[in-house]
Design a protein around this ligand. Structure first.
Ligand code: NAD
Ligand code: DAU
Length: 352
């Protein structure tokens, strides 16, 4: 690691917390600042173990606030940025697209400006790493994979906002010579994911014997990657990736939603000591998500060949570990599902 002072945005969120843990522990001679607004998705409990590390500081703040960012960059003089902070849930983007423009597009441009203005044109040894999603590529038919050359074709306000932010990052590379790198990853799962996303939401519902709301016919396909494998990939890209390049990250692990939900129900039956088949009875088909992308699948050949990365955790093992984490962390789960979550759940699911 040649960088001395790294800003990680969104480090109290799901993926950010795993990235932060990996980097803070692996690189004791590098200083890390975690900038997070602590929205509903940010939770300092996710990184409690890092609180007293000498190479780590938490700063609460908003990437939508350009003035605040300018001061923060002048204070710490970051030579590296790993940008994860975002509004990340597709269903919320359908309810409130503007919030996604403000955080994901304007927030990213604010960060690019703060980095550019700090270093003027002296970009030697600096890097701005933008974390993005495979959803920018749109939807696949029955065959084919997203490569780094697949044209952008976003369908949800979330993916449109991520696509726009990717374009801004590339434009700063091409226009101002900013050293940037982007990675686009498939669906992550694992500990600490907010229970609005499919896997943690369904684990929580199964635990409480609540209906499992499957959108449409459940025949939608996603490529699932264990979050710590994503964090390892981010480490490779940050340290070995080529400036100006894009890397696709994925698990070569496609599941239709309904197959995944069956597997999840069966594993939960085993772990909760329920009769086999009991949790599957909770499956309820509900109104589809508008603009629902049929299939995502990543071709992760480039990162494998050029940087030597590949996933280490297979899906059944990862899913089992994830369930164990949620069952063992009842307090974490009940804290994040009290109060505002109940309102969210009613608003999002009563109309389906
Ligand atoms: P998350 O929703 O769990 O966490 C987002 C974090 O950003 C939270 O800690 C939140 O407090 C913070 N944040 C939000 N708005 C902010 C603001 N205005 N200023 C400062 N901080 C703010 O998200 P995640 O699932 O961990 O995703 C992290 C990144 O990875 C996102 O950019 C997302 O687009 C991308 N990504 C996610 C997945 C996935 O499957 N979850 C897959 C590929 C890429
Ligand atoms: O592909 C990467 C993306 O994966 C990330 O960029 C996003 O931040 C992340 O949220 C995720 O997006 P998805 O929309 O694929 O994830 P989600 O967990 O919301 O949904 C996964 C699939 O499950 C999708 O086909 C919709 C379906 N679904 C989801 C929920 C929440 C249901 O059937 N019922 C549900 O209640």
């Amino acid at each position: 690691m040649t960088h001395k002072n790294i800003l990680i945005t969104g480090g109290a969120g799901f993926i950010g917390s795993h990235v932060l843990r990996l980097f803070v522990n692996k690189y004791p001679n590098t200083h890390f600042v975690n900038l997070d607004l602590l929205t509903y998705a940010g939770n300092l409990e996710n990184i409690k173990d890092l609180e007293n590390k000498p190479n780590y500081i938490f700063e609460k703040g908003d990437i939508r606030d350009a003035g605040f960012l300018k001061k923060l960059f002048e204070k710490y003089r970051f030579d590296g940025v790993i940008h994860l902070a975002a509004e990340s849930h597709v269903d919320r983007s359908i309810e409130n697209p503007l919030a996604f423009v403000q955080t994901n597009v304007i927030g990213t441009v604010n960060l690019l400006n703060a980095f550019k203005d700090l270093w003027k044109e002296d970009f030697n040894g600096k890097l701005f790493y933008h974390i993005s999603t495979d959803e920018v590529y749109g939807s696949l038919g029955k065959t084919g994979l997203f490569t780094e050359e697949t044209p952008y074709d976003p369908h949800s306000p979330y993916s449109a906002s991520k696509a726009a932010s990717d374009h801004f990052v590339r434009s700063y590379h091409d226009t101002y010579g900013l050293p940037t790198v982007i990675s686009n990853c498939s669906n992550n799962y694992g500990p600490n994911q907010f229970p609005e996303k499919l896997i943690p939401l369904f684990i929580n519902n199964i635990k409480h014997n609540k209906p499992l709301p499957v959108y449409g016919d459940g025949q939608y396909t996603r490529d699932w990657l264990y979050v710590i494998d994503h964090a390892r990939a981010i480490d490779e890209v940050f340290n070995k990736g080529k400036t100006g390049e894009t890397y696709n990250i994925g698990g070569f692990n496609e599941y239709t939603n309904i197959d995944l939900i069956h597997l999840l129900c069966d594993l939960m039956d085993e772990k909760l000591g329920r009769l086999k088949g009991q949790s599957r009875k909770l499956i309820t088909f509900v109104k589809d998500r508008p603009g629902h992308d049929k299939r995502y699948a990543i071709d992760a050949t480039k990162i494998n060949k050029e940087l030597g990365w590949q996933p280490a955790v297979n899906f059944e093992e990862g899913l089992s570990k994830t369930i164990d984490w949620y069952l063992a962390n009842d307090k974490w789960l009940s804290n994040v599902t009290s109060g505002a979550y109940q309102k969210y759940y009613e608003q999002m699911y009563h109309k389906r």
